[in-house]
Design a binder for this molecule. Structure first.
Ligand code: GAP
Length: 446
């Protein structure tokens, strides 16, 4: 994980937030390449949900919702973690994770391990961030930053039935920020207080819930492996009965083998009719589906694949990170699936003279119409290749003296290091073809 964190900072993927003020615990800023990578991850999620299906529609709901939302959902009463304070070191710990926590005193121990530790009993700590709406804080003005995007979907279910021309089974998908005042943070962007979720609520006739639960388990696992995650680093883990959330009758987590061990990237839950029933009760609205032809009415059940954009991105980064040796030197390379790589192609004149930069600029202007492209003419060619390898650029186009004679260039492959000579006029089509080709992590061969 340290190598990933260091690469992310060095190359401008993810930076500690507010660094000039000493940083803010577990807050990170996405820098240029991180923004491009995350956009691609989210773009692929939207593609799988919307473009490749005709039974899911999109939503972007407000972050601050009516406070009754969180009463109905159960978050106000139950979205808590058991909190333990240490009166000596003043740190706070999650009671259920205390054996994984580090005590604030040196040499570092687990809280409670030394006679100096003075731990309080566990008390419930609500994870929702509270704020007030309007200029004056008075009774009734308390609102919350959403701790999940899902509830915005339930609040809009009725409107979607009216305008979207969909009927169960159908889904509503959204991507957006969620906020949780986590007690235990850390492990880089794995657990933050502000993070992005990619959630979809799939509304189904009650007797089809089990079938659709199975469908979504399979779909979501395929999404990760199609985008290159090594199957032996990915697994589905069904929750035990005592692990299930209050709303769920079955949940399975998609887990990735991070350097910190197997950890959740996405949860897929059968939420039954809990949410629509509760919002119907609290709002006084009828949240049910009525079949106009047969007169049949029912409250749909909900299957929810809920993924974290940051955790998915971290899994892709960890899975892609590799080191090999070229001409006696260690090369760091991100073997990202080309579809999610931040930059698809780099255009590099071999030397900064003899008309090469001019021709390279022409190729660059042409390619950037179709792909996220970078132009780089500074420094030794080997150093420029290394830089592109580190940010995961799958292809580099090199313009050399021959290019000026016959308008051909070399196309270098990040993983195989093969260099093919190709006509400038065919570059766009060739890169497009490679981008759409099935892809498998080269790390699987080793
Ligand atoms: N609507 C259901 C729900 O929110 P969850 O398992 O609490 O379920 C879904 O969250 C996903 O959101 C998780 O699998 C994880 O990827 C991501 N996530 C949750 N808390 C997070 C945090 N503190 N930091 C980063 N990602 C988080």
């Amino acid at each position: 994980m340290e190598k990933i964190v260091s690469l992310c900072k060095r190359r401008g993927f993810v930076l500690p937030s507010s660094e000039i003020y000493g940083g803010l615990g577990s807050s990170y800023d996405y820098a240029h390449y991180g923004v491009l990578l995350k956009n691609n991850v989210k773009g692929q999620w939207w593609r799988a949900m919307l473009q490749e299906r005709d039974d899911v529609v999109a939503l972007d709901s407000a972050i601050i919702q009516h406070p009754r939302t969180w009463e109905a959902s159960g978050h106000l009463a139950g979205f808590t973690d058991p909190l333990v304070d240490c009166r000596t070191c003043k740190l706070r710990f999650r009671a259920d994770l205390i054996d994984q926590a580090q005590c604030g005193r040196k040499p570092s121990k687990h809280p409670g391990e030394t006679p100096d530790c003075d731990l309080t009993g566990a008390r419930d700590f609500n994870l929702m961030f509270e704020t007030t709406i309007g200029p004056v804080s008075e009774e009734g003005s308390t609102v919350y930053l959403r701790p999940e995007t899902a509830q915005g979907i339930f609040l809009n279910f009725k409107s979607y039935l009216q305008f979207s021309r969909k009927k169960p089974p159908f889904g509503i998908a959204q991507i957006g920020k969620s906020f949780r005042n986590e007690i235990t943070t850390g492990n880089f962007i794995f657990r933050m207080r502000e993070f992005e979720q990619m959630e979809m609520e799939f509304f189904v006739p009650p007797d089809q819930a089990e079938m659709w639960f199975g469908h979504w388990l399979e779909q979501r696992m395929n999404w990760y492996t199609t985008l290159g995650l090594r199957p032996d680093h990915l697994r589905l883990r069904a929750h035990d009965q005592d692990e299930l959330s209050h709303y769920s009758s079955a949940t399975s987590d998609v887990e990735y083998l991070f350097p910190i061990g197997w950890s959740e990237v996405e949860g897929i839950a059968n939420r039954g009719d809990f949410d629509l029933t509760m919002h119907a009760k609290f709002s006084g609205q009828k949240l049910e589906y009525v079949d106009t032809a047969s007169g049949e009415r029912y409250i749909p059940h909900v299957i929810e694949p809920a993924a974290g954009a940051d955790r998915a991105l971290l899994a892709f980064l960890v899975d892609a990170y590799d080191e090999d040796e070229i001409e006696g030197e260690v090369r760091t390379v991100l073997r990202l699936h080309p579809l999610i790589a931040p930059v698809k192609v780099a255009v590099l004149p071999l030397v900064r003279k003899d008309g090469q930069p001019e021709l390279a600029s022409e190729v660059y202007r042409d390619l950037r119409e179709r792909f996220q492209t970078e132009y780089d003419e500074g420094g030794a060619i080997g150093r420029r290749y290394r830089r592109q390898d580190e940010i995961g650029t799958p292809w580099a186009v090199t313009i050399d003296h021959q290019s000026l004679e016959d308008r051909t260039v070399t196309l270098r492959d990040r993983d195989s290091l093969a260099q093919e000579r190709i006509a400038i006029g065919e570059l766009g089509e060739e890169i497009e073809r490679r981008l759409r080709a099935p892809w498998r992590s080269p790390k699987l061969e080793t």
